[in-house]
Design a protein around this ligand. Structure first.
Ligand code: NAD
Ligand code: WQD
Length: 339
């Protein structure tokens, strides 16, 4: 049984990926410092898969702890690195925190992979590296634009660090550029747990429907899009999780053609903010209290993925609909709130 270390494995995307890895026959080890997650997620995972993953509460910024961890776990076959700080606005206010957490952790992990002869590495990148795209849908060959935030910059720099590390060692990597992950596991036992006021659209919608937020602000209806609101590529988190499994299988089977590969992970379909709002209303039968307000600084009008590379090379395709994702997000919100 292949052993995969999942950093940030109690977080939103990490926890769904742990479930898919376990259900695909991998043994999973998790590292998380619980800075943006709860230990209860471990129970949720275990309840779904009936397998308790090995968990270590560890802060990957502490190099000595990372070294000790790898000393104790000498038989890891691959690493999936989710652990990072991810709030764009916070990264503007506190850039050094983001550079420290997102870059030091990556470097320490890559160094240990080298020392321990671990060859297979998957990294959580983001469509944010494309900035405002020149053409849609966005292919992996689109230029990486000047970063719009320190957070975005950490993803660009991370991809470069990984590629440089791969060029001088036996390390092989896949960077997955996620578009907009939404939704929750169908069991409603794991899902997204934003701390404080949600910054992302779907958690804000579900919290508004649950009565925790009074009103959803739709940031702008004067963009150059059919209904004037921004367009994004919303991908069900379970589909996204499954992309990690096939990416790891590709590395483990020596099928990769390049030592540092990059794939878009999206549905290929763009959906506007207002379309998301109306789809949510239709699914839940609830009318959502929303208001059109000013544009949010830094938002780009339209972003959606070209998915041919992931379809053809990884043999992966998003299977779940926007409606599936919204419905699961709503069931998760009700579960969390005891509704
Ligand atoms: P998340 O915050 O839910 O998960 C990250 C996990 O990493 C958390 O459990 C947190 O406690 C842990 N962590 C953070 N710093 C750590 C450290 N120093 N040591 C150990 N654990 C640490 O975020 P997520 O949405 O699951 O995102 C996972 C990855 O995907 C991140 O790298 C993020 O930047 C990237 N990503 C997310 C999105 C998105 O919209 N959610 C989109 C694109 C890329
Ligand atoms: C989606 C749309 C908002 C909230 C972010 C990061 C990106 C990546 C994915 C990590 C936008 C609108 C939102 C609200 C709204 N993360 N909106 N009212 O900005 O596309 O991407 O998450 O890598 O880097 O920037 O996602 O969910 O914040 O917004 O109208 O209360 O919803 O303007 O058009 P975004 P989001």
């Amino acid at each position: 049984m292949k052993k995969i270390l999942v950093t940030g494995g109690l977080g939103y995307i990490g926890s769904h990926t742990v479930v898919e890895l376990q259900q695909s026959g991998f043994e999973v080890l998790i590292i998380d410092n619980l800075s943006n997650s709860s230990i209860n997620v471990l129970e949720g995972i275990t309840e779904i898969t009936k397998i308790a993953p090995q968990f270590e509460r560890l802060d990957l910024r502490i190099k000595q702890d990372v070294i000790s961890y790898f000393k104790e776990h000498s038989d890891i076959d691959g690493v999936i690195h989710f652990a990072a700080s991810k709030a764009v606005g916070e990264s503007v206010e506190n850039p050094l925190l983001y550079y420290e957490n997102n870059l030091n952790t990556l470097i320490f992990l890559l160094q240990e992979c080298n020392v321990r002869g671990i060859h297979n590495f998957i990294f959580s990148s983001s469509c944010t590296v494309y900035g405002e795209p020149d053409t849609l849908p966005i292919t992996e060959n689109a230029p990486v634009k000047e970063a719009m935030s320190p957070y975005g910059n950490t993803k660009q720099i991370s991809e470069e660090i990984i590629s440089d590390a791969c060029s001088v060692s036996d390390l092989r990597s896949i960077a997955l550029r996620y578009f907009n992950p939404i939704g929750a596991h169908e069991t409603a036992l794991i899902g997204e747990l934003p701390l404080g006021v949600p910054q992302n659209l779907v958690p804000f919608i579900t919290q508004t429907a649950a009565g925790i937020r009074e009103q959803l602000s739709v940031f702008g209806d004067d963009y150059d899009t059919p209904d004037g609101s921004c367009i994004r590529d919303y991908i069900h988190v379970v589909d996204l999780a499954k992309a990690h499994v096939v990416a790891m299988q590709r590395l483990l089977s020596d099928l990769n053609t390049d030592n540092s590969e990059v794939f878009n992970v999206g549905t290929g379909k763009g959906t506007s903010v207002l379309e998301v709002v109306h789809a949510f209303e239709k699914i839940t039968g609830k009318s959502l209290n929303y208001n059109i307000v000013e544009r949010r600084p830094g938002d780009v009008a339209s972003v959606y993925a070209h998915t041919r590379k992931a379809n053809d090379i990884l043999g992966w395709k998003a299977e779940r609909s926007l409606e599936d994702a919204l419905e699961s997000a709503w069931r998760w919100e009700q579960h969390v709130r005891g509704l």
